[in-house]
Write a protein that binds this ligand. Structure first.
Ligand code: N01
Length: 539
């Protein structure tokens, strides 16, 4: 058995969340270590190197706000930076704040067990290294546990295959190749136009059509970012208390159903031309809550798809008809729909032509073999819970998180689960995370956790643990809020519907970042209401 390394805190994951957690815990005087599976920092932006990968939140929002110097000195080049630029930013952050000396790369965590007799977590890596810590923070990411569907015959495929979230660092050369892409979510929508340009022939297998709005990505013009930087104090403050954590987004004041057809068109055209996801989602005040209002927006997008795609049958296949706009994560489009006008691109609807198997020569769907040299799985993730339940997490009485969450995840504020003292979660089920600007949500949670841990240390508190009562109330609240939106009308990863056998539970908190922040602050101000704080001296 290897030696145990004692630390105050173990943080799992070196993405946006884990790196900032390390910085804040150091600031609170703790000795912390980050364990990271990849051989570099960056989390999502380390793994997702597929062609076309770029953020869908504007750079002035999708960046840390905690350091004025950092946000003033970093120069973004594009409105929606691509993966290499974001990874450079995160590498810069790791260096600038001297984080690397406490980050262990190539270190995947296998288990985290709570020792009740000592109030300590033992965290074991796949290599067998062990760390003993008072605090453990899971910064494992919402979209880290990738999914390759179980399709018969994949092992017989004679070519190469890749999942978008495990893209080879050296890239993939598609020139002269026949390529099959399975999946048309955000990753597929970004990769497909670029693969289509390189490949000899591209066959796209679509199970669910996707709503996408134009990205209108471009290089930033001189002075543009400087103007934002000057206004950062005001913009960031607005974002912190807004619903989705964005500086410039504003919710429309009227219902889509109460304005004239001309006014609707004017508002929707302006939103479309804003090149943002929030534009259409917030264009009227009832797009996310009223099906008829939502349909107004959905119809507008479907009309744009028909305008863009030459072949009416293909256009119709690309039109989402079976779920409301925004109930599955919408995408930003950089040439996605227009790609289907290319002669070398072919769309297969797997609802009418189900994928039967993969053979040595390609993908067989609806009785036809679609020849392929390369298969790209853009098939998503076991979202929000997958990266947590992949670790053997055991709390009081040896109970596993997997077992506790077998009927769906249960958390208090998305920050803790009862029975797992001193184990904090970032961007977990019950948090606003994926429905908001992730970076701003992460900062809020990380700062809250660091304050809580600092408070515990100052007061001689050994354990902080959510009560069952508090988490039941929170889960009920999360469900009540999501029931006021249209989310349950879609088979989305928000509900776990993309993973066969996963309980259908709406996971994120849909009440908005601002409201959530106020709630967390109120809990802290009320001496961490809903948590039990146990003094070290009780033993
Ligand atoms: O994954 P997805 P993703 N046979 O789950 C299909 C973020 N993100 O990697 O919809 C055939 O959205 C599946 O079909 P269906 C963003 O939050 C952001 O694209 O389940 N098809 C779907 O079409 C996003 O939401 C950015 O019916 C199968 C696709 O595969 C999240 O990550 C970029 C199938 C999976 O789509 C996940 O996005 C990328 C099967 N057996 C990702 N199984 C940006 O910032 C699955 N599918 C821009």
């Amino acid at each position: 058995m290897s030696e145990m390394t004692p630390v105050d805190a173990v943080i799992v994951g070196a993405g946006f969340a884990g790196m900032y957690m390390l910085h804040t815990l150091r600031g609170a005087g703790l000795n912390a270590v980050v364990l990271e599976a990849g051989d570099g920092v960056g989390g999502t932006w380390y793994w997702n190197r597929y062609p076309g990968a770029r953020v869908d939140i504007e750079c002035h929002d999708y960046s840390y706000s905690f350091s004025e110097d950092l946000q003033q000195e970093w120069e973004w080049t594009e409105r929606y930076p691509a993966q290499p630029e974001i990874l450079r930013y995160l590498d810069h952050v790791a260096d600038r704040f001297d984080l690397r000396r406490d980050i262990r790369l190539n270190t995947r965590v296998a288990a985290a067990h709570y020792d009740e007799t000592a109030d300590r977590w033992t965290v074991r890596t796949e290599r067998g290294d062990r760390y003993r810590a008072t605090w453990c923070v899971m910064a494992t990411g919402c979209l880290s546990s990738s999914q390759v569907p179980a399709i018969d015959g994949l092992e017989s495929f004679a070519g190469d295959w890749h999942h978008t979230a495990h893209w080879p660092a050296g890239g993939v050369d598609f020139s002269g190749k026949r390529v099959a892409v399975i999946g048309t979510g955000s990753s597929g929508v970004q990769a497909i136009p670029i693969i289509a340009e390189q490949a000899d022939r591209l066959t796209v297998f679509q199970r669910t059509a996707t709503f996408a709005v134009p990205a209108l990505n471009r290089e930033l013009v001189p002075g543009e970012l400087a103007g934002i930087k000057e206004r950062y104090p005001e913009l960031r403050e607005h974002a912190r208390y807004s619903g989705i954590g964005l500086a410039l987004a504003r919710v429309g004041e009227t219902s889509a159903l109460e304005v004239t057809a001309e006014e609707r068109r004017k508002v929707l055209t302006a939103a479309w031309e804003s090149g943002t996801l929030a534009g259409l989602l917030l264009s009227f005040n009832d797009v996310t809550t009223d099906l008829a209002a939502n349909d107004v927006v959905a119809d507008f997008i479907r009309d744009r798809i028909h305008e863009t795609v030459d072949d009416p049958e293909t256009a119709e296949l690309l039109c989402p008809r079976d779920y409301p706009f925004g109930t599955k994560r919408a995408c930003l489009d950089t040439g996605y729909y227009a790609t289907y006008n290319r002669e070398n691109v072919h769309l297969v609807d797997v609802r009418t032509n189900p994928i039967e198997r993969i053979g040595p020569g390609g993908v067989v769907a609806g009785g036809t073999e679609h020849e392929a040299d390369v298969i790209v799985f853009a098939t998503g993730f076991d979202a929000m819970t997958g990266s947590l339940t992949a670790i053997d997490v055991r709390g009081r009485n040896g109970r596993t998180l997997r077992d506790k969450w077998s009927a769906g995840p249960i958390t208090y504020l998305g920050l803790q689960s009862a029975g797992f003292p001193n184990l904090f979660l970032v961007a977990a089920p019950g948090s606003p995370s994926v429905l908001t600007n992730m970076v701003m949500s992460i900062e809020q949670q990380v700062e809250w956790i660091a304050r809580c841990v600092g408070h515990a240390r100052d007061r001689g508190v050994a354990t902080v643990e959510a009560t069952e009562r508090a988490e039941q109330d929170w889960v009920r609240h999360v469900n009540e809020v999501s029931a006021t939106r249209l989310y349950s009308a879609a088979n989305s990863w928000y509900l776990g519907a993309n993973v066969p056998g996963k309980p259908r539970v709406f996971m994120p908190y849909a009440g908005g970042l601002g409201r959530y922040r106020e709630r967390c602050d109120a809990v802290a101000a009320a001496d961490y209401e809903g948590f039990v704080l146990t003094a070290a001296s009780h033993r």
